[in-house]
Design a protein around this ligand. Sequence first.
Ligand SMILES: *Cc1c(COP(=O)(O)O)cnc(C)c1O
Length: 203
Amino acid sequence: MLVAVSKNQNAQAILKLYNGGQRDFGENRVQEMRDKYNQLPKDIRWHLIGHLQKNKIKYIAEWVHLIHSADGPDLLIEINKQAIKYNRIIPCLLQVHIAKEETKFGLNEDELFNLVNLPELKNLQNVGIQGLMGIATNTDDEKIIASEFEYLASLFKTVKRNYFLSSDEFKHLSMGMSNDYKIAIEKGATIVRIGSLLFTKRQ
Ligand SMILES: *Cc1c(COP(=O)(O)O)cnc(C)c1O
């Protein structure tokens, strides 16, 4: 699946791709995504790909298609709470930190396994955990990128085998952006998130 990353793009630029048939769009800020949701056709599937704060889930809970950036139990508990209000299941991916750059976002391997091991996770019936998401190091060294995507793909397999084997839901590996999507697809991505390649710069 191709998610067109439309952050910093205006409604007109998005509609251009929409008119060509694109329906999945990704945003990294809640406020911007909400503004665009209000302006644009309602059959667009909105993906949140950036960091999500607990107190902002309520603004998108009714209609967000997939949250790629779930990275802790507290956030999942709050997503579940908001999903209940709208009587829906909110699909989520667990974001894993695979890059060399320091960032506060994303789970490391230990945190990932601690999270999927939590008994309470089963109680979050309005959260649908559908896979993993990761961002590779921003580098020209394809070996580094390939090894990071391979690592994420191996975590995906292990988590699926040990925790989600009986569920058809756990199926997505969201990895790959404009500069590294080919490597990501080789390593098993089911979703690529592409911005700059799709949108010309001056919009
Ligand atoms: C901006 C962004 C993308 C798209 O990046 P491009 O290099 O423009 O393709 C993908 N994923 C995330 C999380 C982003 O923030």
